[in-house]
Design a protein around this ligand. Structure first.
Ligand code: ZN
Length: 189
């Protein structure tokens, strides 16, 4: 089932999300719905706060990127569910990549982030994993992980660009944006 994507300005996007336990109600359905919603919106990742749930869950499919552009060996795409992710370390030189976000349509901008990460998480079966990621995979994880911390990529834009997108952000907040997918805007309740 496709769910509405919560838009910039909704307080759920600014909360630090909570870990979950295996008895979380209807988790499999929720994950299924997140995939449906992400693909409908043409995204490569989506975090639970973006569908209004302040829990530490995000899903990523970077195989989609791999189909469009060549990737370096070791940076092959994957499709995975990340639950209760913990960033262990971020290392390497910062590199610039143009990010976008389903909650912030029509805005893209260069963000600097470290190139390498090490992450710990459990999958949809609550099996533990720990792994290192680089390149675009690290980048997408960093973006989605930020959602769990209540951080949006627009907060990481350079000051000039930040000022440039301010009016557009206010328009999104007010619901004045057109998308191919359904969005939910904050109405103060
Ligand atoms: Zn995002």
């Amino acid at each position: 089932m496709i769910l509405p994507v919560y838009a910039y300005g909704h307080p759920v996007l600014k909360k630090v999300a909570d870990p979950i336990t295996p008895d979380f109600p209807e988790l499999a359905t929720l994950i299924e719905n997140m995939w449906d919603t992400m693909y409908k919106a043409d995204g490569v990742g989506i975090a639970a706060p973006q569908i209004g749930q302040s829990i530490r869950l995000f899903v990523i499919d970077t195989e989609q990127i791999e189909r469009k552009e060549p990737v370096k060996p070791g940076d092959e795409g994957f499709k995975r569910v990340f639950i209760n992710a913990q960033m262990i370390e971020e290392t390497g030189d910062d590199w610039t990549y143009e990010e976008g976000c389903l909650s912030i349509p029509d805005i893209r901008g260069d963000v600097d982030r470290p190139s390498n990460i090490r992450l710990k998480w459990v999958d949809e079966n609550f099996q533990e994993h720990e792994s290192a990621f680089t390149g675009i995979n690290a980048r997408v994880i960093q973006h989605e992980y930020d959602h769990l911390q209540g951080i949006l990529f627009t907060e990481k834009l350079k000051p000039l660009k930040k000022r440039f997108v301010q009016r557009k952000l206010e328009a999104i907040k007010a619901g004045k944006v057109d998308t191919e997918y359904k969005m939910r805007f904050y109405t103060g309740r």
